[in-house]
Ligand binder design. Structure first.
Ligand SMILES: CC(C)(COP(=O)(O)OP(=O)(O)OC[C@H]1O[C@@H](n2cnc3c(N)ncnc32)[C@H](O)[C@@H]1OP(=O)(O)O)[C@@H](O)C(=O)NCCC(=O)NCCS
Length: 133
């Protein structure tokens, strides 16, 4: 559901490029999901204090099209910490290339990550996320 302002921390910011468009010239949804997964992965790395993998992507909603050259900002916040897994909500907001105003939410989704050990097996999450350096 769209909100008035972003929830969470800014985990990733990038430009949408012409190579990321679909046949209609709008930004391809799969590219946006990829950016969301990277943003959630950055947050997960911090929360898990090490390696983790995406195990599930849920409830991805695309609310508005993304234009070429928009500044794409992915915000993340942890909504659940389990034994070895955690849920990370991701919101995507864009700013048109030719304007510093008019920020709007274009997508959201829920990404489930599992902390893994050196053998790729689930490992317990740290009791709490380490403090940012
Ligand atoms: C993630 C992975 C290590 C989990 O292994 P597993 O043997 O299924 O692990 P378990 O059944 O012990 O579950 C571990 C945790 O993951 C959660 N989990 C597993 N599958 C899940 C799913 N589809 N959705 C949500 N949570 C899931 C479990 O609830 C459990 O959480 P908890 O410990 O917090 O209670 C394994 O499924 C895997 O390697 N998957 C591939 C991940 C990957 O390559 N991702 C990138 C895709 S390109």
């Amino acid at each position: 559901m769209a909100t008035q302002s972003p929830t969470g921390i800014l985990a990733l910011q990038t430009f949408s490029m012409p190579k990321d468009t679909n046949a209609q010239g709008d930004i391809f949804g799969g590219w946006l999901v990829s950016q969301m997964d990277i943003a959630a992965g950055i947050s997960s790395k911090h929360e898990c204090a090490g390696r983790s993998v995406t195990v599930s992507i849920k409830n991805v909603n695309f609310m508005k099209p993304v234009g070429v050259g928009d500044v794409v900002s992915c915000y993340t916040h942890v909504t659940r910490r389990g034994r070895t897994s955690l849920d990370i909500a991701v919101e995507v907001w864009t700013t048109p290339f030719d304007s510093e105003k008019g920020v709007s939410q274009v997508a959201d989704g829920l990404f489930v990550f599992v902390a893994i050990d050196e053998h790729g097996k689930p490992r317990r999450l740290p009791e709490q996320a380490p403090k940012p350096a």
